[in-house]
Ligand binder design. Structure first.
Ligand SMILES: *Cc1c(COP(=O)(O)O)cnc(C)c1O
Length: 442
């Protein structure tokens, strides 16, 4: 009997040297983001007061398909990359499916999720441009922890606004951020104009990514030497995350397979875009016909129930107007445990791809997501982040179809993070205390 390979790795040399910018190769380019004051298409300069300049240029770059990863960022990637590509033999057996299931394990990053891939890049460009302080928002704390660590590595001070309900429910990610020296404030807070307005209108506001983004942007705009950073949604964030899919492409080749389906959970679209776009480029050239499936929570279903229109990325309306699938920028999602998926909108690129039928979206109820996460934990030995459980649930649905039809489809999903700091959520699930939240607009 020949031995089976469980995990595939790349050498340091093989870690990608370029990120892939799908914007340059999309058949239908997205509508331009608009300056909310003038309603004119946004220019990179319009974003300079808020973001590092190189990130503004990346955001609007629709001509270069490949953007070089700076050596300083690649050096940091070597601390945890390549991340393993894993054949989920245990899950396949538990499901009795003929499908070949692979996952890209981003949970091995020091912060436990894919978020560090972009945090390192953003902190690097801020440092290079002479910025001294960065500010950001965070939900479950995955992005905040990654930014806190990346800021520390590049010698920047970090101030993080954390969604209030997560700040209270997920105290250990707050401790992680503080361990790396970041200042953490629950949002909405009384420390900004936006926070005061939100709290005056609704004193019991639990916070959302939208409120935290408003507060962080306001701090950046009103503080010299301070820039804002965002962990999802924007084009440049998905760009940095393509290191996931580019590695996975080489690793799938080592396994001698190519995915029929690529699946990822969906908050704003960065881990989805990160794993999907490098494979999608072959679909765009007609060289493959892989299906791309985004899995979102049924309680915050912007892709499956949202409207495609211009909307703000934050509660207060400080961001540019973005053409995207949205539930409305004042939508406060229910308090599900997948904090990283509680966002009202979807990235501009992904929204256009969905509109053009180049990808699909499914929604998953909270209890189904934990059912999937627990099955995965018991068969693969990794406790997934509540966010990642949505990708696993969608994978299990597809693997079950293969069981019916007997097809040996190849499924690749992104394990965006582990859940070791989210055990309070698992406690609730195991105690039978979790509920599903219906979305009222359905
Ligand atoms: C933030 C987060 C997500 C959702 O964000 P995307 O930008 O949609 O990837 C998913 N999984 C984990 C573990 C996260 O921390």
């Amino acid at each position: 009997m020949s031995e089976k390979t469980k995990r595939y790795f790349l050498s340091e040399e093989e870690i990608p040297r370029y990120w892939y910018n799908i914007l340059a190769e999309m058949p239908v380019k997205p509508l331009p983001p608009l300056n909310p004051a003038t309603r004119e298409p946004l220019k990179p300069e319009d974003l300079y007061p808020v973001f590092a300049e190189e990130l503004c240029r990346q955001e609007l770059n629709s001509s270069d398909a490949w953007i070089e990863i700076p050596d300083e960022v690649r050096e940091k990637y070597k601390y945890y990359r390549s991340t393993p590509l894993v054949r989920a033999y245990g899950l396949e057996a538990a499901l009795g499916t003929p499908a070949h299931i692979y996952f890209k394990n981003e949970s091995v990053s020091p912060m436990g999720s894919h978020k560090l891939n972009s945090a390192l890049a953003q902190a690097y460009y801020c440092r290079k441009e002479g910025v001294t302080n960065v500010t950001t928002e965070t939900g479950a704390g995955q992005w905040g922890a990654s930014m806190a660590y990346a800021a520390r590595l590049f010698g920047l001070e970090a101030a993080v606004y954390q969604v209030k309900v997560s700040y209270e429910q997920k105290p250990y990610r707050r401790s992680m951020m503080q361990t790396f020296g970041a200042q953490v404030t629950p949002s909405p807070s009384m420390s900004t104009r936006a926070g005061k307005d939100i709290l005056t209108a609704n004193p019991h506001h639990q916070g959302s990514l939208g409120t935290a983004i408003s507060e962080a942007i306001e701090l950046a705009r009103t503080t010299p030497g301070c820039k804002y950073t965002l962990g999802s949604v924007l084009n440049h964030v998905a760009l940095h995350q393509t290191v996931i899919g580019l590695e996975a492409e080489k690793q799938m080749a080592l396994a001698g397979e190519y995915p029929d389906m690529v699946i990822a959970c969906f908050g704003g679209g960065s881990n989805f875009g990160g794993i999907a776009f490098p494979f999608m480029r072959h679909n765009l050239k007609g060289a493959s016909s892989t299906r791309f499936i985004a899995a979102e929570p049924a309680s915050c279903p912007k892709l499956t129930c949202g409207e495609f229109r211009y909307d703000f990325g934050d509660e207060a309306g400080y961001t540019p107007l973005l053409p995207m699938f949205t539930l409305g920028h004042d939508f406060t999602p229910p308090n599900v445990h997948a904090g990283g998926l509680r966002y009202h909108g979807a990235g501009v690129i992904v929204s256009q791809l969905l509109k053009d039928g180049l990808m699909e979206a499914v929604d998953v109820e909270q209890i189904e997501s934990f059912d999937a996460g627990v099955l995965f934990a018991r068969s693969e030995g990794i406790i997934p982040a509540p966010e990642s459980c949505h990708a696993i649930a969608a994978t299990i649905r597809e693997a079950a179809k293969c069981r019916e039809t007997g097809e040996e489809k190849v499924i690749l999903f992104c394990l965006s993070g582990h859940g070791l700091v989210d055990m309070a959520s698992y406690d609730k699930y195991l105690a039978g205390d979790l509920v599903n939240y219906a979305y009222k607009g359905r």
